[in-house]
Design a protein around this ligand. Structure first.
Ligand SMILES: [Zn+2]
Length: 451
């Protein structure tokens, strides 16, 4: 088998691993590059393979850094199928259509205000491209296999995000396992990762390959932040990924209210049409979660759902102690930007980032202590308190990754470590070699291996 690492090599975004095996070409994930501009610009280069030549794409999960390149592939002639779990398909619909909408909006705004470097700013893909991609999805039922010629594809739930799965490709007696993103043992929403059992070749993520999560009680921390902020008359702004993180924050805030740790009447706003839609999907697929059914049923009790842009703008101008959950989670776009613009200059407010912030994003700049940030071409001073709650991470840390790997029945003959900053991937490689005694390597961007 031959593997080309076309993304998430040397970095955490743009997952695209092309497996050529038994005369078939299967792309594992089709993600967008995110974060630093040099990375994002890679999304605009022609794909290093002919999309028409792919026999299938398998999606580990719906996050855009794993799925967001599909509309480009569809636009360029890829005819499917896209295999994934049912929940991944449902979430991908929400995420891809929203991403297309943001792309179209950004292009429109850049053209209107003339801040594009190009003659005419174009979206990377449109809603029509996203719909074309979605029409190619063929979800695989739990416990079943998809087949194409001699190759079979099975999925193993891996925590991390609703529908997220490790992927096993099998050809004859040989197996390749791709971990996708590995979830945590003690996640708020998702059960612990399951295990596919055996692999001859393993591709594993390493987002937290060099770190251990601090033992953090996110409920106690968020409770203290909310109490302190409303005491000084401020608002807590929670930039949150609309899918997964917003729901986890709602669970925690409702538990804080139920325990009397924050006032029961404190207004909580969910200001993101996508998060509102995703919350419905989480409730529909609630048997896949670890949260008690009744809690999921009451998740939005007393929460004010902000749907229209006008309501959102009005909320940004209001000055009442409250909690606002808004997307996007790394403040790279979406409604959270006008809340940031309104709240960041005032020291009474508190901006809390929950989860991983990719380098180069506004979120990473803010948690890094930036005193001003550029929003819609304008510099905004940052006087509000900024906190990073890493306990909300959806990724296994180094110890959890090694534990998960140690459950393979026999050592894979080769392990490829992807989806990490170079120091994270290398630290995990060293631990895998030292503690498990396996052959492991970190493929470079564009690297091709025959194994
Ligand atoms: Zn992910």
């Amino acid at each position: 088998m031959q593997i080309d690492f076309f993304g998430a090599a040397d970095t955490v975004t743009g997952s695209r691993h092309l497996v050529t095996w038994g005369g078939l070409r299967v792309l594992l994930d089709a993600g967008l590059f995110q974060g630093f501009k040099v990375l994002r610009e890679r999304n605009w280069s022609p794909p290093p393979f002919e999309p028409r030549s792919l026999d299938a794409v398998v999606l580990s999960h719906a996050h855009l850094d794993h799925s967001g390149y599909l509309p480009v592939l569809a636009k360029r002639g890829f005819k499917g199928p896209v295999w994934c779990s049912h929940a991944t398909r449902d979430l991908a619909e929400v995420l891809l259509l929203d991403a297309a909408h943001l792309q179209e909006e950004d292009a429109r705004r850049a053209n209107r205000y003339g801040y594009s470097r190009h003659e005419k700013a174009l979206p990377l893909f449109t809603k029509a491209d996203a719909k074309k991609a979605l029409s190619l999805f063929k979800p695989i039922r739990e416990g079943q296999a998809a087949r194409i010629d001699g190759l079979s594809v099975t999925l193993t739930p891996i925590g991390h995000l609703l529908g997220a799965s490790a992927v096993t490709l099998a050809h004859g007696k040989e197996k390749l396992v791709y971990s996708g993103d590995v979830g945590r043992q003690h996640d708020l929403l998702m059960p612990p990762p399951q295990h596919p059992g055996e692999a001859d070749v393993l591709i594993v993520e390493s987002t937290y390959g060099n770190r251990l999560h601090p033992p953090e009680d996110v409920q106690a921390e968020l409770g203290a932040i909310v109490r302190e902020t409303i005491h000084r008359g401020g608002t807590v702004l929670l930039p949150a990924f609309a899918v997964g993180r917003a729901q986890a924050l709602l669970v925690v805030l409702q538990r804080l209210k139920a325990a009397g740790e924050i006032p029961a009447h404190l207004p909580i706003y969910l200001d993101s049409p996508m998060a509102i839609e995703a919350t419905e999907l989480y409730r529909r697929h609630r048997r896949l979660l670890r949260v008690p059914q009744r809690e999921m049923a009451n998740l939005c009790d007393g929460v004010r759902l902000v749907t229209t842009g006008v309501q959102s703008q009005r909320l940004a101008n209001a000055r009442m102690p409250s909690v606002i959950i808004s997307a996007s989670g790394m403040a790279t776009g979406g409604r959270v930007l006008h809340h940031l613009k309104a709240l960041a200059p005032d020291p009474r407010h508190h901006i809390v980032f929950a989860g991983f912030q990719v380098g180069g994003s506004r979120g990473a700049l803010l948690v890094g202590g930036a005193r001003e940030v550029k929003i819609h071409g304008e510099w905004v001073p940052v006087n509000a308190t900024v906190t990073h709650l890493e306990g909300f991470s959806g990724h296994a840390d180094q110890g959890e990754l090694v534990d998960w790997m140690s459950r393979f029945h026999r050592p894979p003959r080769q392990t490829f470590i992807v989806h990490g900053e170079p120091e994270a991937s290398d630290a995990l490689r060293q631990r895998v070699q030292r503690d498990l005694g396996w052959a492991a390597r970190v493929p470079p961007q564009g690297g091709r291996f025959t194994v």
